[in-house]
Design a protein around this ligand. Structure first.
Ligand code: AMP
Ligand code: FE
Ligand code: FE
Ligand code: ZN
Length: 290
């Protein structure tokens, strides 16, 4: 059991650094959170814990609480489903192997997408690598940045709405485990899993109640319902299911630096919810100030 403390001030449990598709280094990200008035911030890069050491150093230095975390890529048929994972053991062999496999699959998939885009637009793999930090989890945002640098789009969002949208014909999915497998991996590594932005696709395309019940049985802790991309109808439906299955509800920004309009602290999580996460976690400790 983790050591639980009382939390004061805003808690933001979902942010990205340049270790994945955020635009700030882990250290800059933690500083930006402090400047924004956040007192507790989680770093949750896609499929990587590589930002934890630097974020930890800076959190100590400036006196902010850090919750080490990750956003696990999972997949249900052709849809990607994101799972936030908090305070798991970053050296857990099964997690290290699975995230390594996902990052490799993302790399191959990005190269294939760039190859296909390159047939119609001036764009090379070097353009994408120029937008990607060493060892970062590669995603469409890096391709978007390369498209912007080449003048094929004005912003990341425009690239996502156009060339990178599945309807443009260049999109390709990548390998990812099922949400059920990921929930089990996270719990087995002492972590606490929360479904990220589970209502982005509207009520018609929700994870079914039976699937959700299966995730709850496997140890799902909560649903990130307070997130700008969740749709109102699906969110209301999931709020009802959260009560029925005793799931916690979290809120966060999903900050990506200048890569997305999401601002730090635009949604936050209640202190009691974070305290319950810490109580259940056995894989890693929060980094407390002082
Ligand atoms: P991928 O996992 O490579 O398919 O890319 C999806 C990632 O792109 C998500 O994690 C989002 O953070 C990011 N993303 C999705 N839509 C947008 C957008 N409109 N603008 C900027 N980033 C986006
Ligand atoms: Fe992202
Ligand atoms: Fe996500
Ligand atoms: Zn995210």
């Amino acid at each position: 059991m983790g050591a639980v403390r009382r939390f004061a001030g805003p808690i933001d449990l979902h942010t990205h650094s340049s270790v994945s598709d955020g635009t700030e280094t882990p250290g800059r990200l933690v500083r930006a959170a402090a400047v924004a008035g956040i007192r507790t911030v989680a770093i949750t890069d896609h499929d990587s814990t590589a930002g934890w050491p630097e974020a930890t150093r800076v959190a100590h230095e400036i006196g902010i609480t850090l919750i080490p975390g990750m956003e696990f890529s999972t997949r249900v048929e052709h849809s990607s489903v994101h799972l936030l994972a908090y305070l798991f053991d970053p050296a857990n062999a099964a997690i290290v192997a699975e995230t390594g496999r996902i990052r490799q699959a993302r790399l191959v998939r990005a190269e294939q997408m760039v190859h296909r885009i390159g047939a119609d637009y001036a764009l090379t793999w070097d353009d994408v690598m120029a937008q990607t930090s060493d060892g970062a989890t590669v995603g469409r945002p890096h391709i978007a940045d390369a498209l912007v640098a080449r003048g094929h789009a004005l912003t990341r969002s425009e690239a996502f709405a156009g060339i990178l949208h599945w309807s443009a014909g260049y999109f390709q999915p990548h390998y990812a485990p099922s949400p059920l497998h990921a929930v089990r991996l996270v719990r087995a590594a002492g972590g606490v899993p929360v479904l990220a932005h589970p209502a982005t696709r509207g009520v018609g395309e929700l994870v079914s109640e039976s699937r959700l019940a299966e995730l709850v049985d496997a140890g799902l802790f909560g649903l990130e319902l307070d997130h700008r991309e969740n749709k109102a109808d699906a969110r209301a439906r999931l709020a009802t299911l959260a009560e029925k299955y005793h799931l916690a509800v979290t809120g966060s920004s999903d900050y990506h630096g200048s890569g997305k309009p999401n601002r730090l602290g635009e949604n936050t999580t209640a202190p009691e919810v974070l305290e319950a996460i810490i109580e259940q976690a056995t894989g890693a400790e929060p980094v407390y100030p002082g």
